[in-house]
Design a protein around this ligand. Structure first.
Ligand SMILES: [Fe+2]
Length: 252
């Protein structure tokens, strides 16, 4: 962000919040409750969650307005760098008796002019059948249902995992207090998280939902978009889904 952009945006934010305080007659006590909420969210490790639930999808929409590649999606608070690099046939790391229906997820990675990208990396993470993430929630092996894999010579990929369920975001902390106060539920629709990257192209953060799934219309993070919903097809051994990613060149 350039200095002029910083000044423009931050001064407008300052004006907007001061107008907001006057408009609603926000008292000093209420102002202090708000600052305490932010401090509490940091103490609880929820500062990203608190902001992401309300605002991340809005910023992603701005990025998507002039995108040449696949629609971007919110990252959410649970991404971690350094997931295991998988060898084909790709199977996300899982426990011996991992709960959940088997999901085979396939697709391709291409450029906007439809050239296939061999060796593109997909970095995938998702909740388990209880709606919990490894490395975040306790009692799950590190890197469970997290992994990186690459596309084949024809730009295709295939990975086997489980169908994730809708899940409730953490509701016992400051974020939960806010959502409770608003009378909202805590559910996100079932989804897969992916980052897709290839040399010379802009990294894409995606998040894919399943058609006809619960909470698509009332996602607590308001992040579902039409271009991110895939069909979940029944097969003899579970389910399959497909998505073709398009990466765009870096922006200036
Ligand atoms: Fe998630």
């Amino acid at each position: 962000m350039s200095n002029s952009r910083f000044v423009e945006v931050v001064e407008d934010l300052e004006r907007t919040l001061l107008d907001f305080i006057r408009k609603h007659g926000v008292t000093h006590s209420e102002y202090r409750q708000a600052t305490d909420l932010i401090i509490d969210s940091i103490k609880a490790g929820e500062e990203s969650l608190l902001l992401d639930v309300f605002f991340e999808a809005g910023a992603t929409d701005v990025d998507n307005a002039d995108l040449a590649g696949s629609m971007a999606a919110i990252e959410g608070p649970f991404y971690l760098e350094g997931a295991p690099l998988l060898q084909a046939p790709h199977v996300l790391p899982q426990r011996p008796a991992e709960k959940g229906d088997t999901l085979v997820f396939r697709g391709t990675v291409r450029t906007p002019d439809n050239t296939v990208l061999a060796g593109a990396e997909l970095d995938m993470w998702q909740a388990d059948a209880d709606g919990l993430y490894s490395n975040i929630h306790p009692d799950i092996p590190d890197w469970n249902l997290r992994g990186r894999f690459t596309t084949a010579e024809d730009g295709s990929f295939e990975v086997t995992t489980i169908v994730p369920p809708p899940y409730e975001i953490p509701k016992g902390g400051p974020t939960g207090r806010v959502l409770n106060g608003l009378g909202r539920h805590f559910f996100r629709p079932a989804h897969l998280h992916l980052k897709v990257r290839a040399d010379g192209f802009r990294e894409l953060t995606s998040q894919l939902y399943f058609k006809d799934g619960d909470y698509l219309g009332s996602d607590v993070a308001s992040a579902v978009r039409d271009g991110l919903v895939v069909e979940l097809e029944r097969t003899d051994s579970g389910y399959e889904a497909r998505y073709d990613f398009v990466l765009e060149p870096p922006r200036r």
